[in-house]
Write a protein that binds this ligand. Structure first.
Ligand code: C2E
Ligand code: MG
Ligand code: MG
Length: 656
């Protein structure tokens, strides 16, 4: 931190200037106030002095005759005597006696002179009225003296005079000029002392303020620097946070651009971190993050950057690497992370998924590089691959899709999903024997989103599990309600291949019991392709459900390539002919032939055969002739909201 040197001096200079202005102003105001005060004191002093002179040297000798009648000769003699002493000593510079109007009747400088001209002097009249008038002036500046401009500084005092024993009758006015110099000297002395005190006091005040301000400023700066560090660095691991990471990405690309080298941007996500947090507690979760941070930092070169991007996600910038050596570096990182660590008494080994993108090969600017490294990580997670480099053309990488994932996660909990129900109709009678529950997403801004637009996303992200749980629960609630009036009714729900997990049968049985619905009222529609990935496991799970009484229907049959030979071994009780064949059968003899042989084959294997996508009466009649058991399609009804679907149950057979 910079406390001395040029920066410190500059700051101090600025402080000095800014604070000097009010301090100087304060000094000026104080000085002015004191000067005025002192002048007032001087005048007071002069007034007292003049009063003493008139009381001691003038009034005792007055006989009571107003000056307008002139002085008596006794008065003139006495007063000339006393005032000459005053003039000699210099205590009074000039002394005149004047009538109440202002006419001069006696002048101490020339006691023998007769009365002057009759004039009116307002200063004299004011003294008669108020008793006295005192002011700073210069000798000889009054009108009666001819307004001299260069007289000595003096205090002029006009004092009303009373004869002894006549305290309410003004006989005339004494005009005196008292020397200002001795008064001014004392005054100046006091002022100087005051000025000195003010200047020293203000200087001390200014310095104390300076010390205070500087120390506060230093503390504030230290705090803000610390706050900035905390905000920019992750507190748990001490690694740079997102803001620094973004800056370093920019810097790395700029440097690489100059040097003509490549930059790899890697995003790392710890596998099953949530499990560690949930089972070993947050403290151990934090410890794990710290271990990962330390190991990543230790494994990389000093010029590389490791940052924590949030949660269990880390970002790594590798400047100046060749794209063909990145995988080797990342594998080394993975080995490093995989070393066993002890957490809360449990030995764990950290596994991590990594996605990366290369600059300038995979993206030409920072934003898209960051985004593409993210997408690569997402692909690594989805594909359960340890390391994935970004490559274009995979629809999983579509950012719009990523946005939809986040929204779908919310939608499942936020009541934005609804089920519509499409009837399955018994071919021979036209009676509704079952409903198929089909999910829709009532999106707040996109409106009704069809399942084909979001089921694949749910399947590839793990959201299919909560989604299916919601669908089954909602459909069973509906079925339980309708069953009270229609106990033979059954409900079909679509189950995705990703739902075929070991806990499925137990969960389904649990929900049936919870809703009080018989197992044979539930049909699980599973596509042929669900068997493709892990046929043994899928078969085992469905057998378990079948044994418990739940029916399984093979949806969209004919689209995949289930060998007809294996069909007999699958635990299914219903075949649903794919609507593509049904829609085309009236125009294409080949499709009609396939429909016919599927019906034939299904019956041979003891299965119920359903035709979906029945839109026309011709198709219906044809299918009826071919012996199809059940039909479903727009001809009978589109998928409907629950309230409308219920209406179909009470009515006459549908279009038979
Ligand atoms: P699917 O199981 O084969 O469902 C039948 C689809 O065919 C439905 O489309 C239905 O509206 C449509 N359909 C019915 N009759 C006719 C017709 O006469 N002509 C034509 N052209 N189409 C007809 P939908 O509702 O858009 O569902 C599409 C697919 O989405 C479903 O195919 C199913 O595979 C999937 N799906 C729907 N709901 C769910 C669900 O809750 N879970 C899962 N995993 N998948 C679902
Ligand atoms: Mg279906
Ligand atoms: Mg289907």
């Amino acid at each position: 931190m910079e406390t001395t040197g040029w920066g410190g001096l500059r700051r101090f200079g600025a402080y000095a200037l800014v604070t000097l202005v009010p301090v100087v102003w304060l000094g000026f105001v104080l000085t002015h106030t004191f000067r005025t005060e002192i002048e007032r004191d001087a005048i007071q002093e002069a007034r007292a002095h003049a009063a003493t002179v008139s009381a001691a040297a003038l009034e005792p000798f007055l006989r009571g005759q107003p000056f307008s009648l002139g002085l008596t000769s006794d008065e003139r003699v006495d007063i000339a005597r006393t005032t000459s002493t005053l003039l000699e000593r210099g205590t009074v510079l000039q002394l005149r006696l004047r009538t109440n109007d202002g006419q001069i009747v006696f002048d101490a400088a020339d006691p023998a002179a007769g009365p002057g001209d009759a004039i009116i002097d307002p200063e004299v009249q004011e003294a008669v009225e108020l008793g006295s008038l005192v002011a700073l002036t210069t000798v000889g500046s009054d009108a009666v003296d001819g307004k001299q401009v260069d007289g000595a500084p003096a205090v002029e005092a006009y004092i009303a005079l009373y004869a002894v024993g006549q305290p309410d009758r003004v006989v005339g006015v004494a005009e005196m000029y008292l020397p200002y110099a001795p008064i001014a000297e004392g005054q100046q002395h006091t002022l100087n002392r005051l000025l000195f005190t003010i200047v020293v006091g203000l200087a001390i005040l200014w310095m104390v303020l300076a010390a205070l301000v500087l120390s506060v400023a230093r503390r504030v700066r230290r705090h803000s620097e610390q706050a900035e560090r905390v905000a920019l660095h992750d507190q748990l691991t001490g690694l740079p946070g997102r803001a620094i990471y973004a800056d370093r990405v920019d810097a790395a690309l700029a440097a690489a651009g100059r040097l003509g080298t490549d930059v790899a941007l890697v995003v790392i996500d710890i596998d099953r971190f949530k499990e560690v947090n949930d089972t070993l507690g947050h403290r151990n979760g934090d410890a794990l993050l710290r271990i990962v941070a330390e190991r990543l930092t230790a494994a990389l070169r000093p010029g590389d950057t490791v940052a924590r991007l949030g949660g269990d996600e880390f970002g790594v910038i590798l400047p100046g690497v060749r794209s063909d050596s990145v995988e080797a570096i990342l594998r080394r990182l993975q080995d490093y992370l995989a070393q066993e660590a002890e957490l809360g008494g449990v030995v764990v080994s950290v596994e991590a998924s990594m996605g990366y993108a290369m600059w300038p090969c995979d993206a030409d600017h920072a934003d898209s590089l960051v985004q593409r490294a993210d997408l690569a990580l997402y692909a690594a997670k989805t594909a359960r691959a340890a390391i994935v480099r970004y490559h274009p053309g995979v629809d999983e990488f579509d950012p719009k899709r990523l946005g939809l994932i986040a929204e779908l996660r919310r939608a499942i909990g936020a009541d934005e999903l609804v089920l519509h129900y499409q009837p399955k109709v018994e071919a021979a009678t036209g009676r509704v024997v079952a409903f198929e529950a089909l999910v829709r997403w009532v999106h707040p801004t996109r409106g009704m989103v069809p399942p084909n637009d979001f089921i694949p996303i749910a399947e590839s992200t793990g959201l299919i599990s909560p989604l299916t749980h919601w669908v089954v629960d909602t459909a069973l609630t509906q079925l339980a309600e309708w069953s009270r009036s229609y106990p033979e009714l059954s409900m079909a729900v679509n189950i995705s291949a990703r739902n075929l997990r070991d806990d499925l049968p137990g969960w389904i049985m649990n929900r049936l019991a919870a809703h009080g619905v018989r197992a044979d009222q539930l049909v699980l529609e599973i596509t042929e392709t669900s068997f493709a990935t892990d046929p043994v496991r899928a078969t085992a799970l469905l057998e378990e459900l079948n044994a418990a009484g739940v029916k399984v229907s093979l949806d969209d049959f004919g689209q995949g390539y289930t060998s007809l030979g294996s069909l007999g071994h699958l635990p299914v009780s219903e075949l649903k002919i794919d609507r593509g064949f049904v829609l085309a059968m009236e125009t294409s003899p080949e499709d009609r032939a396939i429909v016919a042989s599927v019906i034939e084959l299904g019956h041979q294997l003891g299965l119920t055969v359903v035709a979906e996508g029945v839109e026309t009466e011709a198709a219906r009649d044809d299918l009826l002739g071919l012996g199809c058991d059940t039909m479903q399609g727009y001809l009978f009804s589109r998928p409907l909201p629950a309230a409308q679907a219920l209406g179909l149950l009470g009515t006459a057979p549908l279009r038979v």
